[in-house]
Structure formats: C-alpha cells, structure tokens
Write a protein that binds this ligand. Structure first.
Ligand SMILES: C[S@@+](CC[C@H](N)C(=O)[O-])C[C@H]1O[C@@H](n2cnc3c(N)ncnc32)[C@H](O)[C@@H]1O
Length: 407
C-alpha cells in the first residue's frame, strides 16, 4: 500500500465520494459534480463556530479528529498561525505551510499579505499528503476571499497531477504571490528545500498520537536548516515532547496564542528576540527534568507512526529513574515546595530519591531549579525558556552523578 493510502486521512465515506467526483470529472462524465458537491453532500462537512467548514479524519491510531477546531476553522488560522508572526512586509516573505489541508492557513497568510504587503512579494509552499483533502478545499465554500486564490493554486496542481481535469476556479493569482503545492509526505519535501529560506513555517498536523512523524526531532532539524534566522515556526500544540524536540533541534521556544484550547500553542525560532512569552514555569520544569519531555525520533524520516510511538515509550521507560525524574504524579513540579498531602509526598520523594534528590526541599532540589528564581513571563535573549530548561537539565545530571556541589 502506498504511503498516501496509509495516510488517506479523511473519513472513508467522503474520501470515496470526492475521488468518485474527480474520477467522473476526468472521464468527462460529470462536469457538474464539483459545482454541486457541497450542496449534495453537505452533511459530510463539519460547520465550525465562525461559519467555516471542516471535515473529519478517518480513524488513525484509534483516534478520529476534525481537521480544525470547532471554535472556528478559519479563525484558528489567523489566531494561531498569522498573529504570532512578525512579518516585515517591507521585505519579501516566504512561508512553508506544512499539512495544508483545505488551505485555510495559506489563505489567512494571503489575506494578511494583501492587507499589509503593498510593495513586496509573497511566496508560499503548501505541503499536503492527500490529493482528496486538497480537493475538499475546492469543494467547501471559501470562508474568506483569499481562499479563492488558494483554490486556484490547488486546482492548478491537481490538474497538473491529473487528479482534476477542469479549470473552474476563476480567481487569478496576483503577480506578487507565488504558490507552489507539493502533494507528498512533508518529510520528503522538507529534505529538498533550500537552506535559510523561510520566514514562517506553519506546522498543522493531527495530534501527536496520530502523527508523531510530523513532530519528530529529525523533522525539526530540517526546519532549523530551512528557516531564516528571524523566522518563526508556529504550531497549535503545547505537548512536552514537541517543545523538547524544538530545543534539541536548536530552537528557542515560547508560548503561542490560546485559541479553542486551554493551553497556548508553541512558537520556535532560531532568534530568541522573536519570541515574547515564556512557557509556563511548570511546563519548563517537566520538560527539563522528566521523561515526559523525551521527543519523538524518526531517524531517517521514514518510520511509521506506530514504530515512532513505540520507540518513545521504550525510551521513556529506560530514562525514568536513570537520566530523568519520573513524570508520574508530575513529580518534578514539586521541587522546592513543602507538601501537605502525605501520600503524594511519599510518592514524589520516592521518585526523587532514585535521582539522588533527598526531598522536595533539599539543597539538591533548590540547586536544580535555581534558574527558575529568575522566571518571568516576558522572555529575552538571556532569560528564556530554552536557557532555563538546559540549565535545569545540566544540574539534574550533576546531582544524579553524585557531584552535587554542597555549597
Ligand atoms: C489538521 S489538518 C490541517 C488543516 C489545514 N492546515 C488547513 O488549513 O485546512 C492535518 C493535515 O495533515 C495532512 N497530512 C497527514 N500526514 C501528512 C504528511 N506526512 N505530510 C503532509 N501532510 C500530511 C492531512 O492530510 C491533513 O490534511
């Protein structure tokens, strides 16, 4: 089975209907199919709170997700991917849109550019594994005007790849906007991209248990190679292994906007001054010290998601009580605190003892989290989440090795 078949991601019903619609279009049997599709099969689309449409995935690794948040699919694009960018529209801008889906993130970028970028050019590389999902982008009503431009670029590529046959999108792509659409596994695409070329990378896969391969350390190392020094990667997730993978790939990290979820997403940049807000303190401590921060690994960028998940589980198991504090009961967040709950305290201190930390208020405990005294929500080039995480990690190593400096 091809990778795309494995990763055919939208629910089987709509996948089959979309493919049949475009099969008919290619064979010249039904040129009206695309035009009528949305009205005929409206029930297969998911209306979100801002009036824009989404679709459901099929079951992957025992989970089904909708492609966008129910709070508002197109609003999510602006809030999570455009607002945190500090685009300087006096210069040309290049964006890499990974997991382009229906093209909403690209459309939000175009819309922002049309509003502010009067003298410059915009280049967007959209990467999406599934022809059928991009084709759904042609079938949904455009939530904003700029989506018509995106649709034209998608249609051009689907025709070039012989998936669509008709040129039905009437909107012209403006001369100062250049859109390339790559229909393949983003892990393959990214390896062919030039060094130091993007101002922004939008990373919008399904969640980590469905698509760990798109959050791996090795994938992020490719981002580090292709992003410009002042570029920003934005993703919606706050998950610890993803934040740690950015750090290990040599990025600075910060908290992204909160929208449709309890926690903010994640921003990463080679330049710390591009990131204003630190991660929450307890997130830093857990990522630095416990096995929850162990990243997904995908050595040659071609492993299956199941393999990547299993390997991480094994690595977490081996690291616990050895190089990392156990993440059970969120042990590391109690370092430096008095604990009233005796039962919890016993569990926490049992985990700490295995790392040569006698108690939550021992000198060793305070030594490890020393840098958190300087924590502030606003971060800068020196006082930031990355530096604190690396500092705590180093100190844990010293304590575990028995070389704790008594004074
Ligand atoms: C959450 S949706 C993205 C929604 C999209 N950003 C939008 O604006 O509509 C995740 C997308 O990732 C795509 N995908 C899954 N695996 C992929 C891979 N290995 N490479 C590229 N795209 C992938 C899926 O087909 C799906 O469209």
């Amino acid at each position: 089975m091809s990778y795309e078949e494995n990763a055919r991601i939208i629910s089987d019903d709509i996948f089959d209907l979309v493919n049949a619609c475009f099969d008919d279009e290619r064979s010249g049997q039904n040129i009206e199919g695309r035009v009528n599709f949305f009205n005929t099969y409206n029930d297969y689309f998911v209306l979100t709170d801002d009036g824009s449409y989404s679709i459901n995935s099929k079951e992957i690794n025992h989970k089904i997700e909708t492609l966008h948040t129910s709070t508002g699919a197109i609003s999510e694009s602006f809030e999570k991917f455009i607002k945190p960018m500090k685009f300087d529209y006096t210069n040309d801008i290049a964006v890499l849109d990974i997991c382009a889906g229906l093209g909403y993130n690209t459309s939000a970028a175009i819309s922002d550019f049309l509003e502010h970028g009067h003298t410059s050019n915009l280049k967007i590389d959209m990467v999406e594994i599934s022809h059928a999902t991009l084709a759904c982008g042609l079938l949904v009503p455009s939530p904003i005007k700029a989506h018509d431009i995106t649709k034209k670029a998608i249609e051009n590529e689907l025709i070039a790849q012989d998936y669509a046959a008709l040129s039905l999108e009437e909107c012209e792509i403006p001369e100062n906007i250049d859109i390339d659409v790559y229909i393949e596994d983003a892990r393959q695409t990214v390896q062919r991209l030039d060094d130091n070329s993007y101002d922004a990378i939008f990373l919008d896969p399904f969640s980590q248990n469905m698509a760990p391969e798109l959050f791996s350390l090795e994938f992020f190392k490719e981002f580090k190679r292709v992003i410009k020094e002042d570029g920003i990667v934005a993703t919606y997730t706050s998950a610890a292994p993803i934040r740690d993978a950015f750090i290990e790939a040599d990025f600075y990290i910060g908290q992204g906007p909160i929208f449709g979820r309890k926690q903010g997403g994640t921003l990463a940049s080679p330049n710390p001054s591009m990131l204003d807000t630190s991660l929450p303190k307890n997130d830093e401590i857990r990522i630095a010290l416990s096995d929850v921060g162990i990243p997904f690994r995908d050595s040659n960028l071609n492993n299956s998601s199941e393999f990547i998940l299993e390997r991480r589980t094994e690595e977490r198991h081996d690291a616990r009580h050895n190089t990392k504090i156990s993440s059970a009961v969120k042990t590391p967040i109690f370092l430096g605190s008095e604990m009233d709950d005796e039962k919890l305290k016993r569990r926490v201190e049992r985990n700490l003892a295995k790392m040569n930390i006698p108690s939550t208020t021992s000198p060793e405990a305070f030594y490890i989290i020393e840098c958190e005294k300087e924590y502030s929500k606003k971060q800068d080039g020196k006082n930031n989440s990355r530096n604190r995480i690396l500092d705590m990690r180093e100190r844990l190593k010293i304590v575990k090795s028995g070389n704790f400096p008594e004074n």
